[in-house]
Design a protein around this ligand. Structure first.
Ligand SMILES: Nc1ncnc2c1ncn2[C@@H]1O[C@H](COP(=O)(O)OP(=O)(O)O)[C@@H](O)[C@H]1O
Ligand SMILES: [Mg+2]
Length: 250
């Protein structure tokens, strides 16, 4: 596994791109604004854009099961909704308690991930089911995708057949075309962020996950960032030039 390298997002002074290589590590170097500012949870409760955030304990409503994955934010665990018995993937994201803190993601970054997922409804894009927010953590309850990452699937097989490659690419491009039609760019498309619905099936269905770096690209607005995964990063990111949907096609 390649060692992870993180690239700070200079546009938000505190957000970070996911790592290079495969998985994120916990000990990132973070850029922070100096001053410490305490969070005002009341502001979040009454934020009109975030009405769907629940403030109770996630474990009151979901049974937490085994770990499915981990990243720079925390962990993804399988979980079971107590009321329906349905299984989901819970993405547990540690958030910064104060602006100067080195630990955790900015809450705005997670809110953006939620806001973007709420706008997407497509068979090749993972769905968001529920969101919880507490002072130190946010939990995204996501559609459970059971077949593992495309990265592991390719690594195990060493090579895909042409038919398989076409099957995967067609679905990925459908998902990407849909999000681009909604003016959303993912900015971290890679085999680790594409998952198989089921592993052992003749025709694979795939879904795009991880909207942690995704952005709504507003018409006429210039968006620049140094976020991404070094092995897959587009030249315009390195050159700190305006980014948009073409950046996803690199
Ligand atoms: N909906 C899901 N179903 C199953 N596993 C998931 C799901 N979402 C994420 N994972 C697993 O957790 C890993 C980390 O989640 P991801 O959202 O990609 O976070 P990061 O921003 O750290 O890359 C994924 O690579 C995948 O293995
Ligand atoms: Mg990821």
């Amino acid at each position: 596994m390649a060692e992870e390298v993180r690239v700070p997002d200079v546009t938000s002074m505190g957000t970070l791109g996911p790592a290079g290589g495969r998985k994120s590590s916990q000990d990132d170097i973070r850029c922070c604004k100096g001053e410490e500012e305490l969070l005002n949870l009341e502001d979040e409760v009454f934020n009109p854009n975030m009405t769907s955030f629940k403030h109770e304990n996630v474990e009151d409503l979901y049974e937490l099961l085994e770990k499915l994955g981990s990243g720079h934010f925390g962990e993804v665990k399988r979980c079971r909704e107590k009321s329906s018995g349905t299984f989901y993937a819970g993405k547990f994201i540690k958030t910064r308690k104060c602006k100067g803190s080195r630990l955790g993601l900015d809450r705005e970054q997670v809110e953006r991930e939620v806001f973007i997922l709420q706008q997407l409804e497509h068979p090749n894009i993972m769905k968001l089911h529920d969101v919880f927010a507490s002072r130190a953590e946010m939990v995204l309850i996501l559609e459970l995708i059971r077949g593992g990452e495309l990265f592991d699937f390719i690594a195990e097989k060493e090579a895909l057949s042409e038919e398989e490659a076409i099957e995967f690419l067609e679905q990925i491009l459908r998902g990407v075309a849909y999000m681009h039609s909604r003016h959303i760019a993912h900015f971290d498309l890679k085999p680790e962020n594409i998952m198989l619905l089921e592993k052992d099936t003749p025709h694979h269905k795939v879904k795009i996950i991880d909207f942690g770096l995704a952005q709504k690209i507003e018409d006429g607005a210039v968006f620049k960032s140094l976020c991404g995964t070094p092995q897959y990063i587009a030249p315009e990111v390195i050159n700190y030039e305006p980014l948009g949907s073409p950046t996803d096609m690199w």
